[in-house]
Design a protein around this ligand. Structure first.
Ligand code: IDP
Ligand code: MG
Length: 152
């Protein structure tokens, strides 16, 4: 766990269509995380199949890829203390019906197949996902003026 830990967070096509990009960004900014990369992207089926390769044998896989391919995605890298695990806490449980109120999924969604956001599930998968979604140079290293008020 370090203050430079990075996680890959994405607003899925339903979140973009529903105008939730700003609200989701605010959750991460408000908590004290630092934005390191952001772009709106429609990466195509092959890229999305790679992103969800671990789930390729699940019955919902074709529907999942179709859903993710249905419109632009807002892809981001967020950085900060325990960014991967705490990022998942901000997102809420995979199934929105089990997501606590106050989480993104718990506040903005109902169905597991339309759960508005993605977040890496480990530091290792975060590294893989960031490398898949962003080119070198797109992830920006910068010093936040707020850092000394957020960290001891
Ligand atoms: P996660 O997004 O919370 O990490 P994963 O198990 O990695 O959850 O599943 C990836 C995505 O696949 C979920 O966010 C959700 O959109 C979709 N998904 C997971 N389980 C189901 C299901 O049972 N039916 C339909 N879609 C599902
Ligand atoms: Mg996952």
């Amino acid at each position: 766990m370090s203050t430079t830990e990075q996680t890959f967070i994405a607003v899925k096509p339903d979140g973009v269509q529903r105008g939730l990009v700003g609200k989701i960004i605010s959750r991460f900014e408000d908590r004290g995380f630092k934005l390191a990369a952001i772009k709106l992207i429609t990466p195509g089926k092959a890229h999305l199949e790679k992103h969800y390769a671990d789930l390729k044998d699940k019955p919902f896989f074709p529907g999942l890829v179709e859903y993710m391919n249905s419109g632009p995605i807002c892809a981001m890298v967020w950085e900060g203390l325990d960014a991967v695990k705490t990022g998942r806490v901000l997102l809420g449980a995979t199934n929105p019906l089990a997501s606590a109120p106050g989480t993104i999924r718990g506040d903005f969604s109902l169905a597991v197949g339309r759960n508005v956001c993605h977040g890496s599930d480990s530091v290792e998968s975060a590294k893989k996902e960031i490398a898949l979604w962003f080119q070198e140079g797109e992830v920006v290293s910068w010093e936040s003026a707020q850092a000394k008020w957020i960290y001891e």
